[in-house]
Design a protein. Structure first.
Length: 568
């Protein structure tokens, strides 16, 4: 369709108010008006003043459209204007910035401009030509209008591109990094991740990388730096991942390493400490001196083909060795020499924190990872004061626990870390907020939200507590079995609060796991894990435990104990 015959849809309402000479008159527009680009001139970017103004771009206003009928005034700001930046005059691979409706200028700070030209590929500390133009579009079925090409000389400053910074889901720096030794946009290293950990990678030039997002649920391990990306996410297993982010190919991979074996002069199975990003093996040294060892295992490779499906993950040999005095990683183990400085209890550690320099050494003392407890007891919720009620860990990083709890108490309740320990974790008396205090007393027990079944949540990391829903649980349903996401209500057990049953026939695989919905809400749910557990607000990909196509099961869930079972 030619631009001159384009019928402006947004004018239809206006046309109804305008008298036409005859029926069938067509209101047309020639499309977006042309734009003339200009700017503030050549730039030597000032590294010492990152927030200072570096460049201003200006363009003529094209927001007011004209029509073939002077009685009809077109609406303002219907044109979409996009700035394009390139290091070549043909704009072969431009960087684009969408401008605000009606805007006629755009400004860059030194830091922002340096990041932009770095992405384009302008050489640091050299004056190079930057080509800028605007293209304008009125509708998808119309050809864009291009402005003149504005040229300026830009001298960027150098940026350390050898390190990529790991940010959490809220884009806060975690302190963890990946390395790009050749500063080529390919970053790698070991990260200790909890299951489904959400994160971003930020390059030294400020470019932020995340997963490609779309309406179909995103594309795991396919990455993008545009404004429509989602954060990256790891698969369900928690532990050690060799992570490679390739910004050139726009993809990333995660090699999960569940275990490592040491052989040679020292023998044993290492244990991974996710908090410190170290593999540890405590042993008794009989003599001092050097020892020669090899470290190897088998990992599970996740990539853009496997997605986060545990069953599809590729078995991959993993091994460490030593070259030129440095620890290296690959698929075949080679000799590593360590020094044992003392006899007795010592610890072999493989430190993977610094992606530019991994370390393997033996130190005095028996260092072992601190195991995070999986449950947090709750007492007094039903006046029985027994240790048979508890919350289940769902966020290891922040020590968050949750479960359905049947409340019917007279004197309040508290949490306890130990079975029969009688340690009190309850309301902090110094505040009216929902804060916890360790080693409290019976005088500051937590008051129940009401009578009935509620989701109780407690975080020992944040020292706070809350309720997953502000109302009691009155209905429980399942969804996701057979990859069918219709919602089916379950039957409560009248004698056991929190226990529900349903009949489920396995007619297909359940590749994405299943959800247990509370009160028919998609915001409040437990997810199935392949070990038979239910976890608050998380699920694991893969068939539920015991799932076999062709069989009919009684599905029994217990949202208080956070378990499920399938019985033929």
């Amino acid at each position: 369709m030619k631009a001159t015959r384009y019928i402006l849809a947004s004018l239809l309402a206006t046309m109804a108010l305008v008298a036409c000479d005859k029926d069938g008159d067509i209101i047309t527009t020639s499309g977006a008006n042309s734009i003339e680009m200009s700017g503030s001139g050549d730039v030597v970017i000032d590294k010492d003043h990152p927030a200072g103004l570096a460049l201003t771009l200006n363009w003529t206003d094209n927001s007011r459209l004209t029509t073939n009928d002077e009685r009809v005034q077109a609406p303002l700001d219907k044109v979409t204007n996009t700035l394009q930046f390139s290091k070549s005059e043909d704009f072969d691979s431009p960087i684009e910035i969408l401008t605000e409706k009606g805007a006629t200028s755009y400004q860059f700070t030194n830091e922002n401009l340096n990041s932009l030209v770095g992405r384009i590929g302008l050489e640091s500390d050299v004056a190079s030509t930057l080509y800028v133009r605007m293209y304008s579009v009125l509708a998808n079925n119309m050809e864009p209008q291009y402005s003149n090409v504005y040229q300026i000389k830009v001298t960027p400053y150098s940026i350390d591109m050898s390190i990529g910074f790991v940010l959490d889901a809220g884009k806060t720096d975690t302190g963890n990094t990946l390395a790009s030794p050749n500063s080529d946009g390919i970053y790698s290293g070991f990260l200790g991740a909890s299951g489904w950990f959400n994160w971003w990678l930020q390059e030294g030039n400020g470019v932020l990388w995340g997963n490609v997002g779309d309406d179909g649920g995103g594309k795991p391990f396919v990455i993008s730096s545009n404004d429509l990306h989602w954060n990256l996410w790891y698969p369900g297993p928690s532990g050690c991942y060799y992570t490679v982010v390739n910004t050139v190919r726009q993809e990333w991979t995660a090699l999960y390493i569940p275990s490592l074996t040491v052989s040679g002069d020292i023998n044993g199975e290492m244990t991974y400490d996710r908090k410190s990003n170290k593999w540890l093996l405590a042993f008794e040294a009989k003599k001092t001196g050097t020892a020669t060892i090899r470290i190897s295992g088998t990992g599970k490779q996740y990539n853009s083909q496997t997605g986060t499906d545990d069953a599809a993950a590729i078995d991959t040999p993993t091994a460490f060795g030593m070259q030129n005095g440095q620890i290296v990683f690959g698929t075949e183990a080679s000799d590593i020499t360590v020094n044992i400085g003392t006899t007795g209890n010592v610890t072999l550690s493989l430190d993977l924190n610094n992606p530019k320099e991994w370390k393997c050494e033996v130190s005095e003392g028996g260092e072992t990872p601190v195991e995070v407890q999986k449950i947090l007891y709750i007492l007094g919720n039903d006046d029985t004061w027994k240790y048979d009620q508890y919350l289940t860990l769902y966020d290891e990083d922040n020590l968050c626990y949750a479960a359905a709890v049947n409340f019917n108490c007279s004197w309040g309740y508290y949490f306890s870390k130990e079975l029969n320990g009688w340690d009190h974790i309850n309301q902090d008396p110094s505040t009216t907020e929902w804060k916890l205090i360790m080693d409290g007393t019976d005088d500051n027990n937590i008051q129940a939200p009401g009578k009935g079944l509620y989701i109780a949540v407690a975080s020992l990391g944040w020292k706070s507590y809350w309720y997953g829903m502000n109302e009691p649980i009155t209905k429980v349903s399942y969804t996701g079995f057979n990859d069918n996401w219709d919602v089916t209500e379950m039957t409560p057990d009248p004698e056991h609060p929190g226990v529900y049953t349903a009949t489920v026939t396995a007619t297909a695989e359940t590749p994405w796991g299943a959800k247990i919905l509370l009160n028919d809400s998609w915001d409040y749910w437990f997810g199935t894990y392949t070990d038979g557990s239910l976890i608050w607000s998380k699920k694991q990909d893969g068939n539920p435990k015991g799932w076999e196509v062709g069989k009919t099961y009684t599905l029994t869930i217990d949202i208080c104990k956070c378990t499920y079972s399938l019985t033929e």
